[in-house]
Design a protein around this ligand. Structure first.
Ligand code: SAM
Length: 279
């Protein structure tokens, strides 16, 4: 489904509501509704799904999500100046858009939604990374959400999908890939945004797997990975020294050479190491 709505063009919306972009809120808006529809489609089949959108701003992506058939959109926006523009969208799609004026870092909006749930956002990058880590580390797996479709600075997107042996490979890759499928689905140049940011961006689509790829205790795995990559240039026997008196034996038991460095070790081996540490 793709219905271009009857609302005014976003440039007019921004002018009418005085939405000059604020740097402090990381405001780089997407004004091309074809592009926002494309991002909404990258989130998968929205018909019958509840969508949590963080940072709708003037609502370009929100309009895309609704036009692509989302059952309901819950949009969390910190900037009160955006609320009248979002209210116009709510009126054009009766009963389908709810706007919460809040800081997304301060609330837990997922409890208000009914599965299947998809999360979609074009957010300031620091907020996006913090929320991503929260969404990837819920108390229980599978999480309440089915997928995350998030805009990131290209370099952060590459860290999420990175494979062992690459510079970008680290904690974020392991955290995302342990229990999810993560893919870059779109690249965007600075010129796609108003005003243009300094760096390129990319949309990452992350879908939750029903179970982790390899068994491990989430907290132990997180601890090992954080330690290993904190000193990524050190050999693992040195980087993980404080974790167990016989760390060399445990590394060997997990199929890892104690002289290896974190960036060459794959997810399966990190999970095996977490298991031997808990044994
Ligand atoms: N989604 C819109 C678009 O694509 O045009 C706006 C994107 S702009 C990069 C980021 C939006 O997130 C802004 O509207 C900003 O006010 C909002 N925002 C920033 N920090 C936020 C936070 N902590 N909680 C909720 N919204 C936030």
């Amino acid at each position: 489904m793709s219905a271009i709505d009857t609302l005014p063009p976003l440039r007019e919306v921004i002018a009418a509501h005085g939405l000059s972009a604020r740097k402090s809120l990381g405001q780089n808006f997407l004004l091309d509704l074809n592009l926002t529809a494309k991002i909404a489609r990258a989130a998968g089949d929205l018909t019958g799904a509840d969508v949590l959108e963080i940072g709708p701003g003037p609502g370009g992506l929100t309009r895309g999500l609704l036009a692509e058939g989302a059952r309901r959109v819950l949009a969390v926006e910190k900037d009160t100046r955006c609320l009248p523009a979002l209210e116009e969208i709510a009126q054009a799609y009766p009963g389908r858009l709810t706007v919460l004026n809040a800081d997304a870092l301060e609330i837990e909006p997922l409890a208000h939604l009914t599965p299947p749930i998809r999360i979609v956002a074009n957010l300031p990058y620091n907020v996006g990374t913090e929320l991503l880590i929260r969404w990837l580390t819920p108390a229980e797996w599978p999480p309440v959400w089915d997928s995350l479709t998030l805009m990131f600075q290209r370099e952060v997107a590459e860290r999420i999908v990175a494979r062992p042996g690459s510079k970008a490979y680290g904690r974020l890759a392991l955290l995302a890939q342990w229990r999810c499928e993560a893919q870059i689905v779109m690249h965007l140049p600075p010129s796609a945004f108003t005003p243009p940011p300094k760096v390129s961006s990319a949309v990452v689509h992350i879908s939750a797997l029903p179970e982790p790829r390899y068994p491990a205790d989430a907290a132990t795995l997180e601890r090992v990975v954080a330690r290993a990559f904190n000193q990524r240039r050190k050999m693992l026997r040195a980087a993980l020294k404080g974790m167990a008196p016989d760390i060399e034996d445990r590394l060997i038991a997990a199929g890892i050479k104690p002289t290896d460095r974190a960036e060459t070790v794959g997810l399966e081996q990190f999970c095996a190491l977490a298991r031997t540490l808990d044994a």
